[in-house]
Ligand binder design. Structure first.
Ligand SMILES: *[C@@H]1O[C@H](CO)[C@@H](O)[C@H](O)[C@H]1NC(C)=O
Ligand SMILES: *[C@@H]1O[C@H](CO)[C@@H](O)[C@H](O)[C@H]1NC(C)=O
Ligand SMILES: *[C@@H]1O[C@H](CO)[C@@H](O)[C@H](O)[C@H]1NC(C)=O
Ligand SMILES: *[C@@H]1O[C@H](CO)[C@@H](O)[C@H](O)[C@H]1NC(C)=O
Ligand SMILES: *[C@@H]1O[C@H](CO)[C@@H](O)[C@H](O)[C@H]1NC(C)=O
Ligand SMILES: *[C@@H]1O[C@H](CO)[C@@H](O)[C@H](O)[C@H]1NC(C)=O
Ligand SMILES: *[C@@H]1O[C@H](CO)[C@@H](O)[C@H](O)[C@H]1NC(C)=O
Ligand SMILES: *[C@@H]1O[C@H](CO)[C@@H](O)[C@H](O)[C@H]1NC(C)=O
Ligand SMILES: *[C@@H]1O[C@H](CO)[C@@H](O)[C@H](O)[C@H]1NC(C)=O
Ligand SMILES: *[C@@H]1O[C@H](CO)[C@@H](O)[C@H](O)[C@H]1NC(C)=O
Ligand SMILES: *[C@@H]1O[C@H](CO)[C@@H](O)[C@H](O)[C@H]1NC(C)=O
Ligand SMILES: *[C@@H]1O[C@H](CO)[C@@H](O)[C@H](O)[C@H]1NC(C)=O
Length: 437
């Protein structure tokens, strides 16, 4: 296994000590930064995953990590704050300030360096059964003009945060989904991560602990046990108005029918799929308007919270459904609290000022376990003139359905035209015939 081993970058060791505790942020929540395009710094980008290894004095690995990472941050320039995204390059190296830890005094840590003085540090901690990345720290050097062109400061900044990266001792932490760690103004997104600390051999354990995001893994249902009869698909949900207003007036006009399709494990360890209609008569509706985000929140006796976030792209002047979040109680589930969220949707999209309409049922896949079926939706977010829907942008499904009658109609019209032309030509010919006689 080709392991980038300790490179000699003395100055970085000093930078690591400059911890700015004011920037510590204990926050896991998923942001919307994942939408930003990761293409800006194409020159730097490889996104290649690398294997980083930390060894003790005897040459035994104590930490191994294989992941790709993307960074999103902002920095000040003369013309205001600028967002920037960059990947952990493939030439990133493990610094020898990494360590296997000293008994219980300090946990093992992996220090990865790249570019002109940027370092990413993962510090581990353990108890009898589990280990975790207790702290992630990112030190970045704003004088690196390749990543931070025109930065008005040349400072070295440090941000750090606790993480949700954890696994059982003697198992590999595995996360195929992306995992975002927010550290003040920096968001790190790990992709396809395989990480293990407190190793007992020089390779990853076969057994793994999957991250929250990868669950629920599709559990193959045993073929012999009788399946519970699939719950009959309920009738279509009733279509209702869900409008949201703020200080500047209405920011969301919506009529739609909503249905939840949830796959979960019940108490008999069987995977079941159930479909729930949202009954508007029993639903409380809330929401909020900001310049960048329109929120619709629904609650009923089963659904603790169902949130729709609409975002916008100012460049392309489009609004769209960006995030769905569901918290609900499933009394017959092995784990009765069901949670699912996806903040990188792009559905129900139309130009700002116009409305989006779809008569066909749309199935919005939120996670493996949840999809939200939307019936007869007509929606407009952000800019709403006079509490009325603007020009309609029809969904693709409807347009496709429309194509059949249009095609048939077109063919018929063509046929009529051909017959007509043939008739006229025929008539002209026969006239000519009479005259020659
Ligand atoms: C790290 O590398 C530097 C520079 O090569 C060396 O002087 C130092 O002894 C190394 N430290 C450790 C702990 O190996
Ligand atoms: C930078 O990203 C933040 C968070 O997504 C956003 O609010 C802000 O408008 C962006 N700024 C620029 C200049 O694109
Ligand atoms: C190296 O191995 C020896 C013998 O197995 C052990 O006593 C020593 O503690 C080990 N050193 C480290 C740094 O793990
Ligand atoms: C590192 O992860 C990548 C992506 O999953 C994989 O293709 C590669 O084989 C892994 N490398 C090692 C040494 O495990
Ligand atoms: C380290 O912690 C373990 C249990 O967490 C304990 O058994 C052990 O005695 C501790 N070692 C030292 C050197 O404190
Ligand atoms: C170890 O930590 C995990 C969470 O990090 C906790 O659930 C578990 O109870 C802890 N085990 C012990 C023995 O302290
Ligand atoms: C940096 O500033 C110069 C002049 O102020 C400008 O021409 C250039 O486009 C800027 N570069 C970036 C990447 O913003
Ligand atoms: C974070 O970004 C905001 C602007 O988006 C800026 O005002 C603030 O100073 C930044 N904080 C740090 C620690 O860079
Ligand atoms: C519910 O989801 C399952 C699994 O994704 C799918 O097979 C089924 O067709 C869906 N049913 C409805 C009514 O959406
Ligand atoms: C909701 O209430 C209306 C009038 O009270 C009723 O006509 C309708 O059937 C109800 N819908 C459902 C799904 O219960
Ligand atoms: C309300 O309108 C004012 C003026 O157009 C604007 O500055 C403000 O951002 C708007 N507020 C929201 C929540 O959209
Ligand atoms: C916004 O739309 C523009 C133009 O279509 C596109 O280039 C850009 O990537 C979009 N931005 C986001 C954050 O999706």
């Amino acid at each position: 296994m080709a392991a980038p081993s300790g490179a000699r970058r003395r100055p970085l060791l000093l930078l690591l000590l400059a911890v700015d505790s004011r920037n510590i942020q204990l926050c896991f929540q998923k942001g919307f930064w994942s939408f930003l395009s990761f293409l800006e710094l194409a020159g730097l980008m490889h996104g290649a995953s690398a294997v980083f290894v930390v060894k003790d004095g005897n040459g035994t690995a104590c930490i191994m990590a294989n992941f790709s990472a993307a960074f999103l941050t902002n920095y000040d320039t003369n013309s205001g704050f600028k967002n920037v995204t960059f990947d952990l390059p493939s030439d990133a190296v493990v610094l020898n300030s990494s360590s296997c830890g000293k008994d219980n005094a300090s946990g093992p840590s992996l220090v990865v360096a790249f570019g002109r003085g940027h370092t990413l540090t993962l510090t581990f901690a353990r108890n009898a059964t589990r280990y975790r990345v207790q702290l992630m720290r990112f030190v970045y050097n704003l004088s690196d003009a390749q990543i931070f062109p025109n930065a008005s400061s040349k400072e070295v900044k440090t941000v750090e945060s606790v993480t949700d990266i954890k696994a059982d001792i003697n198992k590999t932490y595995r996360c195929v989904s992306s995992d975002q760690i927010h550290m003040s103004n920096v968001t790190v997104t790990l992709h396809d991560a395989t990480i293990q600390a407190y190793l007992s051999s020089n390779s990853f354990s076969k057994e793994e602990t999957r991250c929250e995001q990868d669950r629920p893994s599709p559990t193959p249902t045993p073929p012999v046990t009788p399946h519970p009869s699939p719950s009959p698909t309920p009738e279509s949900p009733s279509v209702n108005k869900y409008n949201v207003s703020g200080t500047n007036g209405t920011c969301l006009l919506a009529t739609m029918g909503l249905q939840l399709n949830i796959t979960y494990e019940n108490r008999d360890n069987m995977t079941v799929t159930r479909v729930f209609n949202i009954n508007p008569n029993k639903t409380r509706v809330n929401g909020s308007c900001t310049a960048q985000l329109v929120t619709l929140e629904l609650r009923d006796e089963d659904v603790t919270l169902l949130v729709f976030h609409f975002g916008m792209n100012a460049t392309s002047s489009q609004f769209f459904l960006q995030e769905i979040q569901l918290d609900m109680t499933l009394p017959d589930a092995r784990d009765p609290t069901f949670k699912a969220a996806n903040s990188s949707l792009r559905a129900l999209q139309a130009t700002i000022g116009n409305s989006y309409r779809c008569n066909a049922e749309e199935r919005l896949r939120v996670t493996e376990a949840l999809s939200v079926n939307v019936f007869r939706v007509w929606v407009q977010a952000f800019q709403v003139e006079g509490d009325k829907f603007g020009s309609v942008e029809e969904c693709q499904l409807d347009e496709n359905n429309m194509m059949i009658p249009i095609a048939v109609g077109g063919a018929l019209a063509g046929l009529v035209l051909i017959v007509l032309i043939a008739y006229l030509i025929g008539r002209k010919r026969s006239h000519a015939g009479y005259q020659t006689i």
